[in-house]
Design a protein around this ligand. Structure first.
Ligand code: PEP
Ligand code: MG
Length: 566
């Protein structure tokens, strides 16, 4: 048996498909038969063009015309007569095709990356993609195609990236196993959103399993059963059925309000990453969106989305929500969320570095265009703006000033928006927790991001399995932080929600009810479960639990007690 972190509940029994990253290293050769080498290069170009055309076709139906156009652009670059001509000249002079392609691509990447113009810099990312694909073809590396995975497949990869998810067919993938990640890494969030059982952070799992091998993924316990016996397979099949039965029972909570056993009402919203997810949020009976992670609109492409493209996405989400609240978080890049075409420099400490609101306030044109897009969407629903990673009051003030500037621009152009759009703070840093009293006077709402708040309070990287024993929202320090944020929000009459993963934790729910949280924002799949859990507690019971917990001294004591009473 292999152990990891159970990051998406449920049980999957199936056959392993390893998704490995291949090395593109080769030993450059001096070519004597240059004609044959030029032919090898030209054949590789033909294969590249055919592959890319197929990918563009597939993208057209899964992601849309615009993404498909990016792929078609790659064909134009590789067919460019100058580029092709220079590569052929290098080969004719004795350079092998791999080295010639690499040399030319690197030259273009260097030129494009060195400019100040965003669009030109984004071309560098295109050329990088082309280089990787061409070298893979020339080196004869066969990429595993996730979209071709047969029914009953367990995906095993270093990590699940958003681009990989595009290829996942939910019907065929019965489990996910990764080497890295934690409860709150994006691999986990994506697995939960797709309702696929997942076990993450299994050390060296890629070298421990082989393709075709039968395994059981226990996403609830965080275990992988290798070479299962027939008895084990039958036992897990029973567990799987019971799990699915419980899911059906939760349906009783569909269409109901979110109320405690003593009648207090709460708002129960969803976390989303795209307009499509807004549909899922509504299908799951969410009462709105408490967190729209906009960085997914910026990922998996090679250039910044324009103001209009963003407006279309935000407006589409607002329209799907039909007047229900939609909290749009401004770009939260950095840390574990990379956007290659922005060309951000590698940092020693990316989680503490130039990211999120810090990056946005220094890239004002880009930030303003996002804010304008959000403002324009506010004419189509109850749209609200939220800033991530706030650590100082000035950041909130500067962000709000930019919102005012953007409003002015729109007013001057006669474009409609909500003049009273609420602007809130994502309280997810230790600093924002400590100055919650100051922030609450100038923010229209708070949303507690426990994923980062836990990390920043505990000085503990959420993706690092060596320190995961410290990473818990039930640490007394984190609970005090959460309580204080909620109390400061209440004192200043602003609503306080929670959009971190802890909001869906049944052990956390009575504490949050007692502290006075007004909104829970969870992944769509958790909506009914959270509603059921809230309905179990009266306010007085929740207060009694909270009082006991807040007097405890260690995380162990707290979690042992809470797990004994839920
Ligand atoms: C958080 O930090 O709690 C959060 C919800 O944001 P993200 O997971 O996107 O960092
Ligand atoms: Mg965060």
């Amino acid at each position: 048996m292999l152990k990891g972190i159970g990051a998406s509940e449920g049980y999957g029994i199936g056959k392993v498909m390893l998704v490995e990253e291949h090395s593109l290293e080769y030993t450059p050769k001096v070519v004597t038969d240059t004609e044959a080498e030029i032919k090898r290069y030209k054949d590789a170009v033909d294969t590249f063009v055919q592959q890319t055309m197929e990918q563009a076709e597939a993208l057209k139906s899964s992601a849309g015309e615009k993404e498909a156009e990016i792929m078609q652009g790659h064909i134009a670059i590789i067919m460019d007569p100058f580029m092709g001509g220079e590569i052929e000249k290098l080969v004719a002079a004795g350079t092998c095709a791999e080295a010639a392609v690499e040399q030319m691509c690197d030259m273009f990447i260097g030129i494009f990356s060195a400019t100040d113009d965003d669009l030109t810099r984004q071309r560098a990312a295109d050329v990088k993609d082309i280089k990787t694909a061409m070298l893979s073809i020339l080196l004869g590396i066969k990429e595993v195609k996730i979209s071709d995975a047969p029914a009953g497949t367990v995906l095993v990869a270093k990590e699940v990236t958003p681009s990989m998810t595009a290829g996942i067919n939910k019907e065929n993938i019965v489990g996910i196993i990764t080497e890295t990640g934690s409860q709150t890494s994006h691999s986990a969030i994506l697995a939960r959103a797709m309702e696929i059982p997942a076990v993450l952070s299994v050390p060296n799992v890629l070298s421990q399993l082989s393709s075709g091998e039968r395994v059981i993924v226990d996403g609830s316990a965080g275990e992988i059963i290798t070479a299962p016996t027939d008895e084990q397979a039958a036992e897990y099949e029973t567990k799987r059925e019971a799990f699915l039965r419980e899911k059906r029972e939760l349906e009783l909570y569909r269409g109901k309000k979110t109320v405690s056993a003593s009648g207090e009402e709460y708002e129960l919203c969803c976390n989303i990453g795209s307009p499509k997810d807004a549909g899922k949020a509504m299908d799951s009976d969410g009462e709105g969106v408490g967190l729209f992670r906009t960085e997914f609109l910026f990922m998996d492409r090679t250039s910044l989305p324009t103001e209009d493209e963003q407006f279309d996405a935000y407006k589409a989400a607002a329209q799907i929500l039909k007047g229900k609240p939609l909290i749009i978080r401004t770009l939260d890049i950095g840390g574990d969320k990379e956007i290659p075409y922005l060309g951000l420099e590698k940092e020693e400490n990316p989680f503490m570095g130039f990211r999120a609101i810090r990056y946005c306030l220094k890239n004002r044109d880009m930030f303003k265009s996002q804010i304008k897009a959000i403002l324009r969407a506010s004419a189509f629903g109850d749209v609200r703006i939220m800033f991530p990673l706030i650590t100082a009051l000035e950041e909130l003030r500067e962000g709000k000033a930019l919102v005012e500037e953007a409003k002015n621009d729109l007013r001057n152009s006669g474009i409609a928006f909500n003049e009273n759009i609420p602007v809130g703070v994502m309280t997810e840093t230790a600093a924002s927790g400590v100055i919650a009293d100051l922030l609450a006077k100038e923010a229209d709402f708070f949303s507690i991001g426990t994923n980062d708040l836990t990390g920043y309070t505990m000085a503990c990287d959420r993706g690092n399995s060596d320190v995961s024993y410290l990473y818990s929202p039930f640490q007394p320090s984190v609970l005090r932080m959460i309580k204080s944020i909620i109390e400061n929000g209440r004192k200043n009459n602003i609503p306080v929600g929670m959009c971190g993963e802890a909001a869906a934790n049944p052990m956390m729910i009575p504490l949050l009810m007692s502290f006075g949280l007004t909104e829970f924002s969870v992944s769509s799949v958790s909506v009914l479960k959270v509603r059921k859990n809230i309905s179990k507690w009266t306010k007085a019971e929740a207060d009694a639990v909270a009082e006991k917990v807040m007097a405890m001294e260690t995380e162990k004591e707290i979690t042992e007690y809470l797990s004994s009473i839920i």
